[in-house]
Design a protein around this ligand. Sequence first.
Ligand SMILES: [Zn+2]
Length: 173
Amino acid sequence: MRPMTRAEVRAAIVNLDPAQKKVHLPTWFDEVHWHRIDYLGWRDLRAPMRVYMVADVDGEAFGVMLRQNPNQAALGSRAVMCDLCRFTRRFNEVSLFTAQRPSKDKRQRLSKLGLHVCTDLDCSVNVHSKPIVGPLDPPAEETIERRRQGLRERTVTFLRSVSDLDRTARRSE
Ligand SMILES: [Zn+2]
């Protein structure tokens, strides 16, 4: 994704809690390899169950705050697939996160969207992992580019759906 400024990333979060005044950026913000990632994801060090995800949506920085669901017991020891990079990992390496929809309307505010994402928000490591290339497979770079394309598309779709209030309103009519 394109490099973003601190101010851009801070302003991108559309669903902050009304009580929350500031987005805490990661300490490693200056070391981000923007060309390697398809979304910027990090954990709030002051509130460890809170994570942020920011991506470029039609040229604009757009992001959401998510809460990690503490109840992982139901998953047992199954392998779980990340909804964004689509890699299947050990159950503790993928977590359920929920995003609150931003709204002034109280009823809408109760509405949440959940998805399973790599617990460390390290989807970019997965999509860059070297694929096993057989004689009939496309070159590794092609596979990696295809994975990244999918990751970008699914991230943008999710981010949009969090703030897509119009569609929700219509659906519930
Ligand atoms: Zn992932």
